[in-house]
Design a protein around this ligand. Structure first.
Ligand code: NAP
Length: 286
């Protein structure tokens, strides 16, 4: 049976560090504040926004959920973002996705100040993820790498197969893995025989959005698997992109739920504090 790479311990370490830093900021008169924008229509994203609110309370972080009806106009959301960008008491802005189809996700993402962009979705933060320059990197790819390292695995020189090249997870993760000096093969919907690419890998990251896409036929007994997938299946159950039976056929695998998603939430708060540092550097010209 594989080692199950649960994220709770790693997430708690992040939360402990966040709590300590929040207290220090409070002593300097700074109260960290995360603003979350949610547009009606997607119950799963409402659930995640509320979960973050509860965690924020425990961390001493102020949290405000800006909720809109599903028929909101793009202009109304852009006006809110402009206001939040200019409000010095707001340090982080988080956009809950997906948005209803009549809204341009790309236009709305681009409106967020890069210095308050806690999920690394603005163009300059996407570029920073590629170059390694200072910036706010997307939380889920960071969580994938942090979880692997938490269990003592290294990336330098390793053969890694990444399944998925999506904007949220796969693409930024590819760049981060390159910067970790891994040798990366990227598979996607046009890749024939993904099993052969995973077969040659020491580590596989899967971020596709298809329940149980990776089955036991794709894996081998020395493989380490990080599953970033979050899929809701019949009965409201959350499953990953990797089939549960895989755990009997690999060396280690991250669970869903309780894996990458758990650590992603913690990293959003870590990014909030990084955002405060970046805003302070901008203000003081360093
Ligand atoms: P996305 O933008 O839809 O990208 C999906 C990727 O998977 C694309 O590159 C697509 O290939 C590839 N793909 C689709 N079907 C495939 C198939 N049959 N075989 C091989 N590749 C296939 O997805 P995303 O937003 O990056 O999200 C990926 C997963 O991560 C989802 O399950 C999502 O829920 C999850 N997620 C988790 C967290 C977290 O906190 N853990 C956060 C965000 C997202 P093409 O490029 O060729 O279309």
């Amino acid at each position: 049976m594989a080692m199950l790479m649960k994220a709770k311990e790693a997430a708690n370490q992040v939360y402990d560090a966040v709590r300590t830093k929040v207290k220090k900021l409070n002593q300097k008169g700074i109260q960290p504040h995360m603003a979350t924008i949610w547009v009606g229509g997607d119950p799963a994203s409402a659930y995640y926004a509320q979960a973050k609110q509860k965690i924020a309370e425990k961390l001493g972080v102020s949290f405000y959920l800006h909720s809109f009806q599903a028929d909101v106009t793009e202009e109304e959301i852009l006006q809110l973002i402009t206001r939040l960008n200019h409000d010095p008491s707001v340090h982080g802005i988080m956009l809950e996705l997906p948005l209803p189809k009549h809204l341009s996700t790309s236009t709305i993402e681009k409106a967020i100040s890069p210095l308050k962009d806690v999920d690394g979705i603005t163009p300059s933060n996407k570029l920073a993820t590629v170059t390694g320059d200072a910036g706010l990197y997307p939380a889920t790819p960071q969580a994938c790498i942090k979880l692997l390292k938490h269990y003592g695995y290294t990336l330098e020189g390793r053969n890694v197969t990444l399944v998925g090249r999506g904007q949220t997870v796969g693409l930024p993760l590819f760049h981060m893995l390159q910067r970790e000096n891994a040798t990366v093969t990227v598979c996607h919907s046009r890749t024939p025989d993904i099993a052969s690419h995973i077969g040659h890998a020491e580590i596989a990251f899967v971020a596709v959005g298809r329940p149980h896409m990776v089955t036991q036929d794709f894996v081998h007994s020395d493989l380490i698997v990080i599953d970033a997938g979050i899929n809701e299946v019949a009965g409201g159950k959350i499953v990953g992109d990797v089939s549960a039976e895989v755990s009997s056929h690999v060396a280690a695998v991250s669970p869903v739920p309780g894996g990458v998603g758990t650590l992603t939430t913690a990293i959003l708060f870590e990014n909030l504090l990084k955002a405060i540092d970046l805003q302070s550097e901008e203000l003081h010209g360093s």
